[in-house]
Design a protein around this ligand. Structure first.
Ligand SMILES: [Zn+2]
Ligand SMILES: [Zn+2]
Length: 418
């Protein structure tokens, strides 16, 4: 008994099943407070707090700023290094990214690099294979097993003073940019302190959180896989609309260091547009793009894979190498004994069941029985369609030794027993 207890003590809580008596130990209370408890309390306050028009506009504007802090900052800049940003832009992105209340850049990027490195495995911190809701937010609500942690290199982030500063002062950053700043703007701007706190502060960051979480859940669950279907990432316009353009996730997992998620101009990717504008303003540089040739190669290979899978499901007739090899004389003898066999291009076809369905009539096809009808089939009488060639191949039953009648006659003069 004592031994069992010692064993249990060594076990991490995540290795024990969730029960009524231990469920609270499974919960990551800090994350749960920030992503669920505070937003739920805010929802309860909504009926008692009127939404003023300027506050609504400000909440939407700040939603986009803080959303971009995550998509253009946390994700495309720090997790993937898909472009370079000057100090001013990095400080802005670190502040507004912090204002979306999703952990520090260091925490977020380490998890995200693990997600790319170990996609769909137990080491993927938000693997969709553990369930859609788990990948969306339960991975933060519940503690994670440290033994399943996918380790990644974040030494580059430790050398960025903005990242280090933001990580060290993270609680101040979320208090300031998650709550105080949006509240103070509304309060000093048009006297709406309470609305600023509730709508531009808490509910705004709740919506940004939910939108970002969709990249981990919805983008691995809904849509097409034009570049690779071995793992779960998918492309869908709905996910793109929700996530400021992060919805072309199949492309993103294939080409993660590309600063774009959407490669066509008409696709919705405001994060890409923002980075491009920052470049024009001299705030960002070295925007990375994969060569169009490499992207098209990936697309064509996936198309080919799909075509091959479809092709494999169709009946193309017995492969030639698996057909029996028959001498010309045996072929003729079989045909004379009543089998409706026709030789075309060195291959014997059994047309017994097809004679009455032959679009060119019964007489024509019957005239080829026991003969080499290659010329007849390929234009001597009628140049058959591609569909006819396909149909014919499904009727093949043997291959003629030497290729055909003429070959046999020629050989006969040399060697009589062929
Ligand atoms: Zn992903
Ligand atoms: Zn990514």
């Amino acid at each position: 008994m004592a031994e069992v207890e010692t064993k249990n003590k060594k076990q991490h809580i995540t290795e024990q099943p969730i029960t009524l008596s231990n469920w609270y130990q499974h919960v990551n209370w800090l994350s749960t407070t920030l992503i669920l408890i505070v937003p739920i309390l805010a929802c309860i306050a909504v009926p008692f707090t009127s939404l003023k028009f300027p506050t609504a506009v400000w909440a939407i504007v700040y939603y986009f700023w803080t959303g971009l802090g995550i998509t253009a900052g946390y994700h495309r800049l720090w997790s993937h290094r898909s472009y370079e940003a000057g100090l001013l832009l990095r400080v802005f992105l670190a502040c507004v990214g912090g204002g979306s209340v999703q952990g520090s850049i260091r925490f977020w990027s380490a998890k995200h690099r693990a997600h790319h490195r170990w996609t769909d495995t137990v080491k993927d911190p938000y693997s969709v294979r553990k369930g859609l809701v788990y990948s969306h937010l339960m991975w933060m609500v519940l503690k994670q097993n440290p033994k399943e942690k996918g380790r990644t290199d974040i030494s580059d982030l430790n050398h960025d003073p903005v990242v280090v500063w933001q990580h060290k002062n993270y609680l101040y950053v979320i208090l300031t940019f998650g709550i105080l700043f949006p509240m103070v703007v509304a309060g000093l701007g048009w006297g709406d302190w309470k609305g600023g706190l509730l709508y531009a502060g808490i509910l705004r960051f709740f919506f940004v959180q939910q939108a970002t979480f969709c990249v981990n859940s919805l983008a691995h669950w809904l849509g097409d896989q034009p570049f690779d279907d071995r793992n779960s990432p998918r492309d869908h316009v709905i996910t793109a609309l929700v996530t400021l353009g992060e919805g072309y996730h199949n492309f993103h997992h294939e080409f993660p260091s590309d600063y774009r998620n959407a490669i066509d101009w008409w696709q919705y990717d405001p994060t890409k547009w923002s980075i491009w504008v920052w470049k024009q303003l001299g705030l960002a540089s070295n925007l990375k793009q994969f060569r169009a040739n490499e992207i098209e190669k990936g697309r064509v290979q996936q198309l080919q894979k799909k075509v091959d899978q479809k092709r494999a499901r169709l009946d193309w007739g017995t492969p030639l190498e698996r057909l029996p090899v028959v001498s010309w004389d045996d072929f003729v003898a079989d045909a004379q004994s009543g089998k409706a066999l026709i030789a075309i291009a060195g291959v014997i076809h059994d047309v017994t069941d097809f004679i009455k369905e032959h679009p060119g009539g019964k007489a024509l096809i019957s005239s080829g029985i026991g003969k080499d009808a290659t010329a007849l089939f390929n234009g001597g009488v009628y140049n058959h369609s591609n569909a006819a060639h396909n149909l014919l191949s499904s009727m093949r039953v043997g291959v003629i030794r030497g290729g055909g009648e003429v070959e046999i006659w020629r050989n006969r003069g040399i060697k009589s027993d062929v």
